[in-house]
Design a protein around this ligand. Sequence first.
Ligand SMILES: *Cc1c(COP(=O)(O)O)cnc(C)c1O
Length: 425
Amino acid sequence: MSHALSPTADELISLFPPGTRLDGDGSVVVGGCRLEEVAARFGTPVIVVAEHALRQRARDYLNAFRSRWPRADVAFASKSFPCTAVQRVMVQEGLHLDVAGGGEILTALKAGADPARLVLHGNAKTDEEVAMAVDRGVGLVVVDNFDDIDRLEHLVPAGRRQQCLVRVIPGVQAATHASQATGHARSKFGLLPEDARSAITRIERSAKLHMQGVHTHVGSQLLDVDQLAEAVAPIARLGTFETYDLGGGLGVRYTYAENAPTLDDYAEAMVAQARTLLPEGSRLIVEPGRSMVAHNACTVYRVTTIKRGEIVHVAVDGGMGDNLEVSLTGQRFEATLVSRVGGGDTVTVVGRHCESGDELIDGVSLSDPAVGDLLAVPVTGAYCYTMSNQYNGARRVPVVFVADGDARLVVRRDTWDDLVLRDVD
Ligand SMILES: *Cc1c(COP(=O)(O)O)cnc(C)c1O
C-alpha cells in the first residue's frame, strides 16, 4: 500500500510508449490508436506495441554506440520479446539478433535475419541446437563451457571454421534481483577467467574453430551504468581479440518513483571503459533486451470483478499468464484506467490465476474503477510475452502493433482449440 502515489496524467503518460497521448475525452491513445478501440477489436488481455517508438529505439541504440565506437554492433536479445514481428523490426533497423537456443534461431530466420548476424547463447546447449547453429550458418556461437567446444569440434564440417566467443564470468555482484544477476562468481553462465583462458587456448588450437572474441553479461534491470561498465575490465584482461561482446542488462523505469539511466549515459559509460581498456579498432557488441522493448509496449486488461474487503481487490482477465515478472522478480508496475487517467483511491490489482501470488500491482491508485473498465499497465514490452503461458487454461496473449492510427495483429491469441492441440491421446 505504501507504494501508491497519485500521479498526474503527464507522469502516467510518461511510462507509456513515446508518442502516447490523451484524446479529447481523456482516453489513452498509443501509436495513434485509442486503447479502447484496440481492446474492442482484439479482445483483452492484449499486448500493444508502438511500432514507430520501437523502431526509433533500435536506431537510437545503434547510433548511441556507433557514434562513439565506429565498430559497434547492437544485437537485440530476442528472448526479451521473442516473436517474429519484433525480431523483424530489429533486423530491418540493422541490428543483429542474440538468440538463446534452437527455437530462437528458427524464429530469427523466419523474421528474415541473416544467419551470419546471429549470436547463439545458452549455458546448456544440446547437440541438436549446436547442430542447428552449424547447419544454418549462425555467425557467432558463444562458448559457455568445455562441452560446447567438444560439440562444435564434432559437428563443424572439415574445411569450415565456426566463429566463437567465450563467455566469461566477470565477477560483478549486480544490484538487482537474484534471478537477474548473472555475473557473480557462482553463476551458472560462462567460465571463470582461469577456465576461460583454457577454453580460449583450446579454440585457438582447433582447426575447426576461430577464436573471435570474448563475451560477458552482468545481469538484467541494472540501474547503475558503472556496474554494467565494470564488466569490461575482466574481459579486457583476457587478451587482445577482434570482438568484445559486453552483453545487455540496462535497466528501465517501471514506476513513477524510479529513475533509469539514459541510453547516452549507458553508451558513454561502456565506451569510456572500452577506450581505456580495449584495443582500438576492435569490434564491440552490446545485447540489449529489456531496455529495447520494455517501454514500447503496454498490456490492456478488462476489469472482471471488484471485491471490497479489508482492501479493495480489482481483478482483471489476465495476470500470471501474461506477466510473470511480478512473481519471478518482484517487479513493481503501475497502471491506469484507459478512460479515466490519474487520481482515485488505492487498490490492489490481481489476476485471474489460482495463486495468491498472482497479484499484478500491490497498491495503485485508480479513478473509480468499475467492472468492465479497461486497465492499462505500461512497460510490459520485456519478458511478458516471453513467459506468457496457459496456466489455468489461459489462452496466451496476442500482440498488436499500433502505428499512425492503424492497429495490426502480429501474434494471435490462442484459440480454445489450441489448448488441446498437443494432447495426442
Ligand atoms: C538476457 C540476456 C541479455 C539481455 O538482457 P537485458 O537485461 O534484457 O538487456 C543479453 N545477453 C545475454 C547473454 C542474456 O542472457
